[in-house]
Design a protein around this ligand. Sequence first.
Ligand code: AMP
Ligand code: MG
Length: 340
Amino acid sequence: MVKSQIQILPNPKQIQNPKSKTFWDLEIGIYLVVLVLLVVLGFLCGCQSRYLYKDSRVMMGTFVEVTSPDKQAAGIAFAEIKRIEDLLSKYKPESEVSQLNKTGKIKASPETIYVLKKAKEFWLASEGAFDITVGPLVQLWGFKDKNYYVPKDEEIKKILNLVGFEKILFKDNDNVVEFSFPEMSIDLGAIAKGYAVDCAIDKIRAAGITSCLINAGGDIYALGNRFGRPWRIAIQDPRGKKFFAYLELENQAIATSGDYEQYFLKRQKRYAHIFDPQTGYPANSGLVSVTVVAGDCLTADALATSLFVLGKDKGQKLAEKFPQTKIKLIEIKDIVKYGE
Ligand code: AMP
Ligand code: MG
């Protein structure tokens, strides 16, 4: 029979005190002093270990912020994100993406091929809403150098001939990437930051760090937790300066695509940086902000952009194709409901 763990203590009056009263008091006093010292020490150590190191840098055209109780985390993250930036940035002349955009054909590294294939997956899944060949549209509308311009319909039509993932050819056992038209260009702005965050998190994990938050301009991964509590992520109000809602995440990624960070106004009309590859115009699906929570940041990043182009109904259909990633599509009016 299993004995109960509860012990019945004798009545204190029945305890025979073998020690003298003064000695007894002195001993309690020492115990108390030691106890107080331990509590104070514990508190001080606790305070120290609860410190969060924060560092930020401008990388991949945005602010990258790293928060962690581990001092090493930021350095590891920045080094890895720089490596990805050197490979995939359209602004770095030596990057593989810039070389491809310049020459229309390159022998690419397996990593670049991996990201291009991932982009193709989202192009297929979104039925063309997500398309990295929007490069010429981004340029035509002036988003590449912030020299904004509303093109004429004919100009857009002409440029649309250069848009379409089917015009990217993979050759020689997928080692070589070639454009159907040399004037084409790719833009990994909707997927590369998410990929870079995932790579940085992998490196941070490999270094034995278990708690870290990386935020690359809204593409976020929350590794582990923050002293036993989930990381709290604020979602910005797309039409105000305040935060709209808070989400609590542990070992999950989150990305937001919206029309409120990169846009210009012309005759009181808003033109934002995410394009509908079918029309050649900035996406006009009725959404102003889409937030996606997924298991990895590349998926969250690419899906947020895809859903922003597709809008609510078609977007729901796409979200259903990714059940394993626990995607949550958040419309602006639904944002408060999130997390219920
Ligand atoms: P994000 O902020 O992640 O939604 O990415 C937006 C960026 O992706 C834009 O600034 C463009 O560089 C690029 N982009 C625009 N439209 C699309 C699209 N339909 N599919 C893929 N990338 C796009
Ligand atoms: Mg994106």
